[in-house]
Design a protein around this ligand. Sequence first.
Ligand code: C2E
Ligand code: MG
Ligand code: MG
Ligand code: MG
Length: 285
Amino acid sequence: AAKGTGKSQWRRYEPWMRRSLMDRLALRTSLEHAVDNHEYFLEYQPIVELQSRTTVGFEALLRWQHPTRGRLSPHAFIGVAEETGLITRIGDWVLTTSLDAARRWGEQTAGRAPYVAINVSARQFRNETFAGSFRRLLAESGLPSDRVVLEITESLLLGEDDRIRSDLQRLRSAGVRIAIDDFGTGYSALSYLRHVPLDIVKLDRAFITAMTKSGKQRELVAGIVTLARILNLQVIAEGIETQSQAEAARQAGCDFGQGFLFSRPLPDPEAVRWAVGEVVPGADG
Ligand code: C2E
Ligand code: MG
Ligand code: MG
Ligand code: MG
């Protein structure tokens, strides 16, 4: 498939994946083989401090270079990976690969090395071995724990599971930060999250898009940010595409932002160059 950086190449809806049981079985098999065949890869999207526009971290985003279908976005296959349980194997690969990438960034960006934010699906986290095996992978990687953020979803927190909460607490005690992803798209109010061990709230793109359209939406976001501060949470605004969205998010009190305005997700070597170029201003990158 042609290589490019345009968003249009991502196929968000793949009718062939839903067509029949046979197709789903084929998808399952190819998802499984894709790990061994090295068909997955990660891209890293900068997370910037809105005030200074410096990069503080990168979110690792999974892509699949399918042998015949081309590059596929996670929306096209994460669901099936979760249903079949393959997300555990794929997720382990994501963890190992992104921890290793972040360790290497650290070697090249002395001083203010960026963190890596890793998406963990609910199904993956619910596995009772997850927290322990993550901590083992982290120790093996040699990456300091304060350079890792785990992004979880609201759906993980439904049902008041004590074990989930204690796993989150154990990870935080080890120095790993926890972010709640796509906040505002699910069912939980921020007040509910006061019972959950968290560090960061990622405000869904829907809020950011709406903010530049109405004053009420700006007030709503400012209110969420105020509540987040009371709960000692940092706020990242997701999906910032325009300068006016960046400015609105900053004025509403968001500390950090992420979106195409700053950068699209980058292949690893470009992410390093980006980080080096930004963290050490004026250096050759
Ligand atoms: P997410 O974690 O909320 O990741 C952000 C998504 O927004 C990414 O889509 C990113 O490319 C996209 N994005 C970033 N900036 C902008 C922007 O300015 N405008 C717009 N319209 N979109 C923007 P992507 O890479 O297609 O990933 C989709 C979702 O797939 C992720 O949403 C995450 O939930 C899931 N995902 C990605 N990688 C992994 C992974 O390794 N494991 C798991 N379990 N899920 C993953
Ligand atoms: Mg995420
Ligand atoms: Mg998100
Ligand atoms: Mg989102």
